[in-house]
Design a protein around this ligand. Structure first.
Ligand code: DOR
Ligand code: ZN
Ligand code: ZN
Length: 425
């Protein structure tokens, strides 16, 4: 079956063009002015809308197996396509942990049954994410893992991290590093600073993140092996990555909408929807993260979609789970705060949300061009709406962005040429 997306503004890697786009057998076969199709064909009229490469969110938590009360693969994939996401990479902090080929295959099978977006499992670095013994990296790669990470937990032991980088590199996989010095965090739940004192909440220093970013950069540099830094939240972390990149270290890095939008003064001590790890920080961090996105220090925008149930969040701040349910709001928030405000162009934003993740993980997609998979999102940039977590498709309603007015509604999400989401409004 063919799919014709007509009259839209197509966002290519480095520019926007008014054009039609034709897909057939799951691939983009033509992008040109006024395409006419004689035989049977599905048509999307994108007049007044933008046609972008499907978002690739390389950092999400789908929670299945084990924590289906928070999210499962089906609900997570439904939320993903509603957010314009055509491909996700899911973190291994499930139960059992995704530290072997059986769990990798299970996730892939469940994703196929869901039949919505593409799902690439990320295998654990260590067995049970216990930081002690390496997981079955080669077998997980064979089963379809696209990277390894102990996300949710740091790998404390630097020698284990070294081994992980070497093994993973031997299989052509990257380590995605959750950078946190747990001893230094010492039970902190928010950024340590003026606001943590004001709220009487235990703080965590930027250094707890920066020390591990430094370590992982040092390992990467010494071994000459690529490394990827997850969810950068500190101005000083951005500086470390920038300086490493200037020396030619093969480091890539991601950040999330909450780190370039929120500051810790929104934390009051009772709404745990603001609780996330690493914590949201201060104005100078937000500014440095935006600059890092602009100058290429930060390669990509991910969500760290971390759905939790009400009972995990509606408790005292100290006891609440860390995490933000972000996959349904990432495009609109990023568009509103980065593009509409003039900080990035739309092609630049799509490089952060789609092209760069595909490159970093060597997965398909990430760009609208002839011959590429027809993973496409149609957005209405002029449509304004107010975020309401209770309306999320995800089981995780935990967002600190309730009441935020944003632009950029997802109208259609197309995966391999099939429409997987169509907005009701
Ligand atoms: O806020 C977070 N939530 N940070 C993490 O590292 C883990 C994640 C989760 O799994 O909930
Ligand atoms: Zn993490
Ligand atoms: Zn995570």
């Amino acid at each position: 079956m063919k799919l014709l997306i007509k009259n839209g503004t197509v966002v290519l890697k480095d520019r926007e063009v008014k054009a039609d786009l034709l897909a057939e057998d799951g691939k983009i076969i033509k992008i040109a002015d006024k395409i006419s199709v004689k035989d049977k064909c599905e048509v999307i009229d994108a007049e007044g809308k933008h046609v972008v490469a499907g978002i690739i969110d390389m950092h999400v938590h789908l929670r299945e197996p084990g924590f289906e009360g928070k999210e499962d693969i089906l609900s997570g994939c439904r939320a993903a396509v509603a957010g314009g996401v055509t491909q996700v990479c899911c973190m291994p902090n499930t139960n059992p942990v995704c530290d072997n080929a059986v769990v990798v295959s299970y996730i892939k099978t469940r994703a196929q049954q869901a039949g919505l977006c593409k799902v690439n499992p990320i295998g654990a670095i260590t067995r049970g994410q216990n930081g002690e013994e390496l997981a079955d990296i080669g077998k997980m790669k064979e089963a379809g893992a696209v990277a390894i990470s102990d996300d949710g937990k740091p790998v404390d032991n630097s020698y284990i991290m070294r081994l992980a980088m070497e093994y993973a590199d031997g299989f052509g996989l990257k380590c995605l590093c959750h950078c946190e010095d747990k001893n230094l965090v010492n039970g902190g739940v928010v950024n340590e600073g003026y606001n943590s004192t004001l709220c009487g909440l235990k703080g965590s220093l930027r250094a707890a993140e920066d020390i591990m970013i430094s370590r992982d950069i040092a390992l990467s540099e010494s071994l000459d092996i690529p490394v990827h830094i997850c969810h950068v939240s500190t101005y000083s972390g951005v500086a470390l990555i920038k300086s490493a990149k200037s020396r030619g270290v093969k480091v890539t890095a991601e950040t999330c909408p909450h780190y370039f939008i929120l500051t810790d003064d929104i934390i009051t001590g009772y709404d745990a929807n603001t609780k996330v790890n690493p914590p949201v920080r201060e104005r100078r961090d937000v500014e440095a993260i935006i600059r890092g996105l602009q100058d290429g220090t930060l390669d990509c925008i991910v969500t760290d979609h971390a759905p939790h149930s009400l009972k995990d969040k509606q408790v005292e701040y100290n006891l609440a789970a860390f995490g933000i349910s972000g996959i349904e709001t990432s495009f609109a928030l990023s568009y509103t705060y980065l593009v509409k405000s003039g900080l990035l162009t739309l092609p630049q934003l799509m490089q952060k949300m789609s092209f760069a993740p595909a490159e970093i993980l060597s997965v398909e997609g990430g760009e609208l061009k002839e011959g590429a998979p027809a993973d496409i999102t149609v957005v209405d940039l002029s449509k304004k709406y107010v975020i309401d977590g209770n309306k999320f498709i995800s089981k995780g309603k935990n967002t600190p962005f309730n009441g935020y007015e944003v632009y950029g509604a997802v109208e259609y999400t197309v995966v391999d040429g099939d429409i997987k989401y169509k907005s009701k409004a």
